[in-house]
Design a protein around this ligand. Structure first.
Ligand SMILES: *Cc1c(COP(=O)(O)O)cnc(C)c1O
Length: 411
């Protein structure tokens, strides 16, 4: 397991209701430290993509590491401000313009326009102002289309052929573009990051005021044995070379920004849950482990067919094949599917399970609690715990009680 030991699991199951998310401060510190050491030519800012997991305690740990924020909505901006970040620690690059744009900009956040319309609205509000632009460079990457965030089928960013229109708006409102922002999906190799750097630096050439190239997130952190964690040192060194070459050619020293989400938090979060039933579909069928968790806490298996690291806590020496399913009355609520194909269930080999056994699911710190389908089937939103760096276990979000589930309904 990533960080939980048996005595912690026992303590947690004795003192808290399951399922429960558990985060490790040490794991967060470990991964953020790796990012802060990312090799760079002319300075580095690491912005945590807080949509990955926005619990206030996670934000505070990162703030103390001098990590800044990438926010995807005005609400994330206000959440980060509540965690103690200052306005100018925060960048917003969202799909939707704030309803109260004026108020948002006055918090001091750095605005990255992700469409021509957004750029124009910023110009109207802040003639002569400074902002960044997110560009869709026409290429994307990722293990599968649904997580690619660049290319023809991606709505994120200003399409690269519209740089002329950007320049018109910049001129009309006397804007200063100081940042080029790219975030094109999930990348792993040095070559792909060098490619992103080259694409980005090419756009930097077009804008003389640009001081920062933000290359987005998408750095891979392995959760399964067959996956490989991005090697930040070799990626960083390869990217650094490109920034140095650019400096030689143009005399411009470009500051590097990165926006990891998943890499920082995915392996710093686990779920502790229970096996609540075991059923099968006969000799030709499957044996299913029913858990008291599922898409309500881990939507990404149902959405994308990602695989999670699953452990059963018991002393059984025998092994058996199981399909692990969630607790929702929903055919898609399955925790073991073919990789990136959530339509096809897959068996995994586990120690022989008894009803009541504890199940631990690792690698769920990112895009799970934040994306949760809480309250589906009226299951309450579950609690969150943090194991701090001293090893103390504290509750950082309460589990909803029964009435919380419908408390906003008017009847
Ligand atoms: C989601 C997102 C990220 C983080 O992506 P990860 O894959 O979690 O590293 C970074 N930047 C932007 C703009 C994003 O939308």
């Amino acid at each position: 397991m990533n960080f939980l030991n048996i005595s912690q699991i026992e303590y947690i199951t004795n003192n808290y209701k399951t399922p429960v998310y558990v985060y490790s401060e040490n794991k967060i510190l470990e991964s953020s430290q790796k990012f802060l050491n990312f090799p760079n030519a002319f300075g580095l800012t690491v912005r945590y993509a807080m949509k990955a997991n926005s619990n206030m305690n996670v934000l505070k740990i990162l703030k103390d590491q001098n990590i800044k924020i990438d926010a995807s909505s005005e609400y994330e901006v206000y959440r980060a401000l509540s965690a103690g970040f200052l306005g100018n620690d925060i960048q917003i690059s969202g799909q939707e313009l704030s309803e109260n744009f004026d108020k948002l900009i006055n918090t001091g956040v750095f605005f990255v326009a992700t469409s021509l319309y957004q750029l124009q609205e910023f110009g109207k509000l802040k003639r002569g102002g400074t902002c960044g632009i997110r560009i869709n460079p026409g290429v994307g990457s990722g293990a599968f289309t649904a997580i690619s965030t660049g290319g023809l089928s991606s709505s994120f960013g200003i399409w690269h052929e519209y740089i002329g229109e950007v320049k018109k708006i910049v001129q009309e409102y006397d804007l200063k573009i100081t940042k080029i922002h790219l975030h094109i999906g999930s990348e792993n190799t040095s070559e792909s990051w060098v490619n992103t750097a080259n694409i980005g630096l090419n756009f930097v050439k077009d804008f003389p005021d640009v001081e920062i190239l933000n290359m987005g997130g998408g750095f891979k952190m392995a959760i399964m044995d067959y996956e490989k964690t991005a090697d930040l040192i070799s990626i960083g060194n390869a990217v650094k070379e490109k920034f140095e070459e650019f400096h030689k050619q143009t005399q411009r020293k470009i500051h590097l920004e990165l926006e990891p989400g998943k890499y920082i938090i995915i392996n710093a979060g686990s779920i502790i849950a229970k096996i609540v039933d075991i059923v099968d579909t006969g000799k030709k069928g499957y044996k299913f482990l029913r858990t008291n968790t599922g898409m309500t806490e881990m939507p990404r298996v149902s959405m994308y067919g990602v695989q999670q690291a699953i452990y059963i806590i018991n002393n059984s020496q025998e092994k058996e094949k199981y399909v692990v399913v969630g607790h929702c009355c929903e055919s898609g609520d399955i925790l073991t599917t073919k990789l990136y194909d959530q339509e096809i269930i897959e068996e995994i080999l586990l120690p022989k399970v008894n009803i009541g056994d504890i199940i631990v699911i690792d690698g769920v710190g990112a895009y799970n609690t934040a994306m949760s389908m809480k309250n589906y089937n009226s299951y309450p939103e579950v609690g969150e715990l943090l194991i701090d760096k001293k090893g103390d276990i504290k509750e950082v979000r309460k589990r909803q009680n029964l009435k919380d589930i419908w408390k906003n309904e008017i009847y």
